[in-house]
Design a binder for this molecule. Structure first.
Ligand code: HEM
Length: 266
């Protein structure tokens, strides 16, 4: 199953153009949801106004090469390895989910746009990327949702309590999981049985919820976070520090309690 392109089997009953239109619709939904979110929250407007204000208190004018160096370091560390999450489980789960999703999406786009006719000879690399990406997304997202979510990890809420903030992670995991199950059932050649068709519908519905729900979910953080990380590091390099006071050089004295347990009561 892992080396079979599920979309070329699907092409025996669904025309490839329909799959391609579905992907384009998902991209448009994500773009529209993000733009509406930006208009509603005014976050990008605030972001640029704040950056302009902070620039006034810069103590150093960065040269182009210094700016490029700060931006490259941000891409390599803050963005590619989500360094904001520190060392530990939270970061490992996020990296699994993030890279899994990227592989899953790239695999889907390549297989649907380049190898989605029943006669296509798909290099096994792409189905493997797609299946491995889906598994990583389920493991990373599931780990985060069952064990690391703040309300479960720190507020002792039961794992099955679902709120609006879970829309993104749950839709993401559902899309990867239903995609995997659909691919598996389809590879069994069940012919007239309904099982794989049910999971194909669930796969489509979870993608519609994931991409159609951008306005209400945390989806757009994958666009905002990189911008914010670049601005934060530039503000540190030019001394403006986003108008925050400099770090204290006084000794850290938090009392003995600080070593008793991991900080997790936010
Ligand atoms: C394909 C790209 C990405 C995917 C699929 C992804 C996925 C996720 C998921 C599922 C969550 C949990 C959301 C929740 O609170 O329910 C999350 C949280 C988070 N993401 Fe991402 N993310 C992506 C890109 C990024 C990038 C580029 C950054 C930073 C530069 C980032 C930083 C964060 C942070 C700081 C959190 C909060 C984590 C926590 O509460 O433990 N993410 N992400």
């Amino acid at each position: 199953m892992i080396s079979i392109n599920p979309f070329s089997i699907l092409a025996e009953t669904v025309p490839p153009i329909a799959m391609q239109i579905f992907i384009i619709t998902m991209v448009v939904l994500a773009a529209v949801g993000t733009i509406l979110d930006i208009i509603h929250k005014k976050n990008v407007k605030y972001f640029f106004e704040n950056a302009k204000k902070a620039k006034l208190s810069a103590t150093k004018k960065l040269s182009n090469s210094e700016r490029i160096s700060v931006i490259s370091k941000t891409i390599v560390s803050d963005i590619a390895t989500t360094s904001e999450l520190g060392a530990g489980k939270r970061r490992a789960a996020h990296l699994l989910g993030m890279y899994g999703t990227i592989l899953f999406w790239i695999g889907s786009a390549i297989m649907i746009f380049c190898y989605s006719s029943p006669s296509s000879d798909t290099p096994s690399f792409w189905p493997v990327i797609w299946h491995v990406g889906a598994i990583m997304t389920v493991v990373g997202g599931g780990w985060f949702w069952f064990f690391l979510r703040v309300d479960v990890y720190s507020e002792a809420q039961p794992w099955y309590r679902i709120i609006k903030a879970d829309l993104f992670v749950l839709a993401l995991v559902a899309a990867a999981l239903t995609g995997l199950i659909w691919s598996y059932l389809q590879s069994l050649n069940l012919n007239d049985r309904w099982d794989d068709k049910v999971f194909l519908v669930l796969f489509m519905v979870s993608n519609l919820v994931l991409f159609g729900g951008v306005y209400w979910s945390k989806f757009a953080h994958m666009f905002y976070k990189p911008g914010a990380a670049i601005q934060k590091n530039l503000a540190e390099a030019d001394g403006s520090r986003d108008n925050l006071p400099p770090e204290s050089d006084a000794p850290k004295q938090f009392g003995l309690g600080i070593t008793r347990e991991d900080p997790k009561h936010y």
